[in-house]
Design a protein. Structure first.
Length: 83
């Protein structure tokens, strides 16, 4: 494996500050069941992503589900930003 493929893509949750975090779902589809929220300020690792701006993550630091699917943006507002 190349170094690039082994590099972690890390994101910080910056959205949802007024709601206790951002929405997490079981699957990439927005119609999939909702899980507890992922806390603002949490750090996650990208496991996979979709062209539609959905991200499957693994929680590294913070609170919320250990894994799940989140949106990178809501309308034009960023919910996660690269670390």
């Amino acid at each position: 494996r190349s170094l690039m493929s082994m590099a972690q893509k890390l994101f910080e949750v910056v959205g949802g500050g007024d709601k206790g975090g951002i929405v997490v779902r079981e699957a990439a589809l927005l119609s999939s069941p909702e899980l507890p929220r992922l806390a603002t300020g949490s750090i996650v690792e990208e496991l996979e992503s979709t062209p539609a701006g959905r991200l499957r993550y693994r929680l590294l630091r913070g609170s919320g589900p250990q894994t799940g699917w989140v949106s990178l943006k809501l309308k034009e507002k960023a919910l996660l930003t690269p670390c």
